[in-house]
Design a protein around this ligand. Sequence first.
Ligand code: NDP
Length: 250
Amino acid sequence: MKYSDIAPFNTSVELSDKVILITGAGAGIGEQLAIGAARAGATVLLLGRNEVALNGVYDQIIGEGLAEPVVIPMDLATLDEQQANQLSHMIGNAFGRLDGLVHNASLLGKLGPIATTNLSEWSQVMNVNALAPVAITKALLPLLNESQAASIIFTSSGVGRQARAFWGAYSASKFATEAIAGILAAELETDGIRVNCVNPGATNTKMRRAAFPGESPDSNASAESLVPAYLFLLSEYAKNIHGASIDLQK
Ligand code: NDP
């Protein structure tokens, strides 16, 4: 389904008092979403592997006088169940609940044919893009259950719905993401935790520029322009949207 079909009006979303964890919050879509969610009133938990980049986002949010974010340096390529549980304890001790979880971080990996692929690179991409979101979701479900209206957003891609030559582990990980989101949505049908999966579409970030080096970056949407769609899905305006696979662009 398309975002333009489900967003009934162009509204400014209010996320005051919500606690929202965003993975890959130091760059690209995650960075803009973190700033946008903070501007909407949320306390944002900035998870990523690049602490310097996360601190930059922290400084911007503090500089605007918004709710103080939390920087969580974590490499999702090596995340294990123990670290995921530590993350849960940390958030539980500080906030007692979690209202939003955006699985945004991803690794593109090296594009190329399966015939010559490197299996350890496949494994790294699958860990970051597919396994880490499962580990984090599993550890944080008890805190999401403490929220009045929790929302989980997974991030897919066009190559998560249609296989394309040379997209290797990234494409496979995004097919897995669609499946994980669908499985979880079915399991949480009656729990009050909404689960959706979004395809941002071509967006001018470093990942897109790496995947399509010959493209004019300005021909694609800005990361900032996608923020209202994410905020809508995190908000109670989207209370009836659950188990959907949503294209954020036309
Ligand atoms: P970016 O590469 O700009 O941002 C990805 C973020 O994920 C970065 O902050 C990156 O950190 C982080 N990340 C990567 N690996 C790890 C790791 N091991 N541990 C923790 N964090 C990590 O990409 P986008 O903003 O474009 O992508 C956001 C999401 O949108 C992704 O899920 C992507 O697959 C999806 N998407 C993007 C499209 C596009 O056209 N841009 C199209 C379709 C889907 P670091 O800065 O250190 O690399």
